[in-house]
Design a protein around this ligand. Sequence first.
Ligand SMILES: [Zn+2]
Ligand SMILES: [Zn+2]
Length: 178
Amino acid sequence: MKISLAGLEHERGATRSFDFRKAAPKLFTSGGEEVKATAPLEVSGTITNTGSCFHVRGRISAKLELVCARCLERFSLEIEVPLAENYVKSHAQKAEEDWRTFYGDEIVLDEAVEEELNLNLPLRGLCGDNCQGLCPICGVNRNLEKCNCREERIDPRLAVLSQLMEQAPGGGGKDGST
Ligand SMILES: [Zn+2]
Ligand SMILES: [Zn+2]
């Protein structure tokens, strides 16, 4: 995703539009799970020479496949992320802190696009607000099936522990070790 600055570089106010389609980079939720893109990214917008920097404004559209945090099924999600960046030549003297730099006579958007996308991925995906999740006892997907498990809120690890304690001779385990 390279924008040539030819014809823009020396003219304050000069502007140009861009429109890219490109394979998505590796994406991760903030929980560290990899997110698969199911279509190329679409990145479009305009670049303007403001006199002090090149201002990029646009949007990134992505089609993603996520795993639902409750029922563990895959589902697809389309997101749109705004893009607003300022670029200055690498040796520019008056650059603001969050401005990006470029070399030569073209601006490469890939890094900004990847960062903005990763920042805007959902923290944890849900296939729907009313996803019923998995039964904590038998594990069925409660969106698809009903089970007859009693709704006791027992942590499955504790359930295993109490079974072990019932089996242990003399009902041991009082010292708390496992
Ligand atoms: Zn779900
Ligand atoms: Zn169940």
